[in-house]
Every structure is written in structure tokens, then in C-alpha cells.
Ligand binder design. Structure first.
Ligand SMILES: NC(=O)c1ccc[n+]([C@@H]2O[C@H](COP(=O)([O-])OP(=O)(O)OC[C@H]3O[C@@H](n4cnc5c(N)ncnc54)[C@H](OP(=O)(O)O)[C@@H]3O)[C@@H](O)[C@H]2O)c1
Length: 268
């Protein structure tokens, strides 16, 4: 798989990334079917398949239950260099209430990043994005959350900074101050294309979340919703990586196989 450099940070990501919601949390999630959180052996097997297939990018933010603690224990420090760890800060998930709390203050963001470093047993994070609650511009302009990440980057704790946004204006504003953004872009949600195009024009990175509409595509009228999704996404040269959430080994392999087929069919 051809890796993509994120802005001028030196961070190189695989076109398919490994989303970890289902490794750390089964409460407050929007998947069509219930699922059992995989045990350590199953998670190690999924990570082995990722490595075998060339997937190097993992997305375990604190809001995904204990996925970052689990990866911190399961990822041997010897292998640390082989993985791109893309974390987030700003959202905390409370399993008791089943709801998320948000705090974008400098104190909270800094404490969250320091905690992620400890939990993941590493002295740097490859990517950290602000985990927006949707008030993208307020988080950027009033909480100055990206400036907080920029300070942590200067301290060598983060290699690339960004924001997982929910609005077009927010995505573009984030890219004006950061190295990358994470946006939703799929067959059922194409509104944020302008953010992807802005990133391409300005050599910034783009991560796609909900590439398969969190599993709700199956119900739609597509012959092959997985292939159609990947062709839509990778037809955009501005896309660096699609972070896909799966705990199914067969689906993990299929997604890479269909990615290869998608790019071979897309005449870029
Ligand atoms: N605000 C944010 O920053 C934000 C929000 C949402 C998501 N994300 C990130 O983006 C990642 C992906 O988003 P997502 O997990 O919501 O949804 P998604 O990647 O669009 O879809 C995941 C769903 O699709 C199913 N799936 C995956 N491959 C499949 C295949 N080949 N055939 C059939 N079904 C398949 C998975 O089930 P199986 O497990 O059975 O494969 C799972 O239910 C997350 O894991 C997270 O890392 C970030």
C-alpha cells in the first residue's frame, strides 16, 4: 500500500487505518448490530493482520472506552516505531451515564495528551486531533485548542496536530492552523468534500471517519457498498487515509483487498 505523508511532519500513514471504537467501548455507539468487545488474543490477531496487510495507522483516543489502555498493554514497545498512533483530546466518555463530556481548555487538553502518553507507554504520539463536539469554530477561535496542541508539538510530544471536525467551515479553519483534519465522507454524506479539496490544495492531511456510514450502508441500494464507498473516497486525491472500524478479521482483509481494487479502477 502506498503511504501518504501528512503535511511536512514526516508522519506517513497507510491509506486504510484501523479504528478502535469496538475494542474499547460497546456503550453509546451507533452500529446497526450489537457486538462483543474482542478479547486480547482477538485484538492481537487483528493487529497482526493489520501489519501483514501494511496498515500502520491506529486510532485509539481516550473517548473510546479503554481502547488506548488496551493497546498500550498489547503493543510491545519494541514495535512502537512500526505504528502511527493517531489519538484525540477533548472528549471523555462516561460509561456510567453513557454520555460524553467535552473540555477544550488548555489544562484539559494538555492533561489528556499526557495521560495518553502514559497509557500508551510512549514518549510521543504521531498524531493528536481535537475531538470536536460540533462547535468547531468556537473550539478553534475561543478555546484556542489547536494552539494548545501546537505547544505540545513544539515540546516533541506530538508529531502532527489536527482536528476531527463536523462542519465545512470548521474543517477549513482547522487546516489553516494544523497539519490534518478528520471528516465524515461517504456514500450517504458528501457535504464535507470542500474540506478535502482545501487540504489537497494546501498540502494538508485528511482522515476519513464513518467511511461505511458506521455500518448502515448495507441497508442501501448499492451492489457492493464497500467497493463503491472506497471508490468514492479514494477518487479524492486529498484523502490520506480512511480509518475503518472493524473487529472482523474477514472484513479487515476484504477492506484492503477492495481498496486495492478501488484504486486500480479509479483513473486518477
Ligand atoms: N468524531 C470522531 O472523530 C469519529 C466519529 C466516528 C468514527 N471515528 C473514527 O472512525 C472510525 C470508523 O468509523 P465507524 O467505526 O463509526 O464506522 P465505519 O468505519 O464507517 O463502519 C464500521 C462498521 O462497518 C462494518 N464493516 C467494516 N468493514 C466491513 C465489511 N468489509 N463488510 C461489512 N461490514 C463492514 C463494521 O462491522 P465489523 O466490526 O463486523 O466489521 C462496523 O460495524 C472509528 O472506528 C473511529 O476510529 C471518529
Amino acid at each position: 500500500m502506498k503511504y501518504t505523508a501528512i503535511a511536512n511532519t514526516g508522519v506517513e500513514v497507510s491509506p486504510i487505518g484501523f479504528g478502535t471504537v469496538k475494542i474499547g467501548r460497546d456503550l453509546g455507539v451507533k452500529y446497526p448490530d450489537t457486538f462483543t468487545i474482542p478479547d486480547d488474543q482477538q485484538v492481537l490477531k487483528l493487529l497482526d493482520i493489520c501489519r501483514e496487510l501494511g496498515i500502520n495507522t491506529l486510532d485509539p483516543p481516550p473517548a473510546y472506552g479503554n481502547s488506548e489502555q488496551r493497546l498500550g498493554q498489547l503493543l510491545k514497545s519494541a514495535q512502537r516505531q512500526q505504528w502511527i498512533i493517531s489519538s484525540k483530546a477533548g472528549e471523555e466518555f462516561d460509561p456510567l451515564s453513557g454520555a460524553s463530556n467535552y473540555d477544550f481548555s488548555e489544562r484539559a487538553i494538555t492533561a489528556s495528551v499526557e495521560r495518553s502518553l502514559r497509557r500508551l507507554d510512549t514518549d510521543y504520539l504521531d498524531i493528536v486531533m481535537i475531538h470536536s463536539n460540533g462547535d468547531d469554530l468556537q473550539i478553534i477561535e475561543q478555546h484556542l485548542a489547536l494552539q494548545t496542541l501546537a505547544k505540545l508539538k513544539q515540546q516533541g510530544k506530538i508529531r502532527a496536530i489536527g482536528m476531527s471536525t463536523k462542519t465545512i467551515d470548521g474543517g477549513i479553519a482547522a487546516l489553516q492552523q494544523a497539519d490534518c483534519a478528520m471528516v465524515t465522507y461517504n456514500l450517504m454524506h458528501r457535504q464535507e468534500l470542500a474540506v478535502i479539496e482545501y487540504a489537497q490544495r494546501h498540502n494538508k492531511g485528511i482522515f476519513i471517519k464513518k467511511a461505511f456510514a458506521s455500518g448502515h450502508l448495507q441497508q442501501q441500494q448499492y451492489d457492493d457498498p464497500i467497493l463503491s464507498s472506497l471508490k468514492l473516497i479514494f477518487a479524492q486525491p486529498g484523502v490520506s487515509s480512511a480509518v475503518i472500524g472493524t473487529i472482523n478479521q474477514r472484513n479487515l482483509r476484504e477492506n484492503v483487498q477492495k481498496y486495492q481494487r478501488a484504486i486500480s479502477e479509479i483513473s486518477l
